[in-house]
Design a binder for this molecule. Sequence first.
Ligand code: GLU
Length: 409
Amino acid sequence: MTRKLKKALTRPVDAGKHLNTEPTILEQWEIPQETTHARLTIRMDDGSLKSFRAWRCRYDDTRGPTKGGIRFHQSVTADEVETFAFLMTFKCAVMNLPFGGAKGGVQIDPLSLSKTELERLARRYVQVFAKVIGPNRDIPAPDVYTNAMIMAWMADEYASIVGEWTPAVITGKPISLGGSLGRDDATARGGYYLLESLAKDLGLTPGARAAIQGYGNAGSHMAQLLESAGYKVVAVSDSKGAISCPAGLDIKKLNAAKERHGSVTNFAGSDGVSRIAADELISVDCDLLVLAAMEDMIHAGNAANVKAPIILELANSPITPEADEILENRGVVVLPDILANAGGVTVSYFEWVQNRQGDYWPIEDIHARLKTKMEEEGAAIWACAKDKNITLRSAAYVHALSRLVDAIY
Ligand code: GLU
């Protein structure tokens, strides 16, 4: 078994003990159901051919067709794709969505491609994996460095392969092509609704100070939501570095600076905003730390530096199991990824339902349904953690595992 997956599997094994699950039931989830590895060769703009490694892993379809994003990143490996597909299996079970888990990836630096090369790569991905995906089999979506435009090319390619428009094969599409309202900020909004519903229990009050690591789709939307709810966003970071502003950043102005110059660091120098080292972000003095960048950002080597009493995981797997233990011993409350960032896949589910019904819901309905789901599953996991005296992460795995085991018996 590969390294990352092996580490990730310690979490359901631990949860199984709280459920007295028969170990042979858990054993099946040590092996991904189906991983397809392929070569994607595309024509570059200069006429040359280039080949890239690509994967799609359907980790487990016990609870329904598999679901999960496709990431374009230079560090993507088979191990990583399988680990994230495993996480999706538990995430969908946490939210009670009728889906199993999947993930896809292409090992490439997407910023090195032109728009036409990116389109060829997206279409090639669907050509190669056309038999793996399908509206009742496996439904991709956006993930790191993929977006609505890429989903549109993929949906279009799939339609031309099967000979009919099949919007439910992929989610996160543009609204004009059958996408759902509210999918763009769904990951952040789900995390925000969760925070809001647990604020009393967590002791979070208006005016609380938040630091956000990562300023992509999830991080930037979270900054906006937190600011409008009265939080002070006192530090943010992106791949170029970090900035801090103890009085609270002006998010509109920050977004304008990022839009103009490409990085949040370009906002340093204005209105009491100063530049700090990127790795200082997690140790900023604040009430809430939002992790919205990449995986393994808090590990055994830096977990002791975290000052915030509460961490919200908007990225997938931003805290290693070793760091989990350190944080737990220090009393830091972690709102775990498979619950806290599940808003994205939940609105993806709404999109899939709308595509199948041909009936499209107003934004108010999307927000209300998402809020209810986050509140319900959040409250159940909170109660389970209290009842069993375990972390919220363990409780989320117990919650998901009981649904998975239920589906097998
Ligand atoms: N990539 C997102 C995730 O990791 C969304 C997946 C989806 O919408 O299917 O949850």
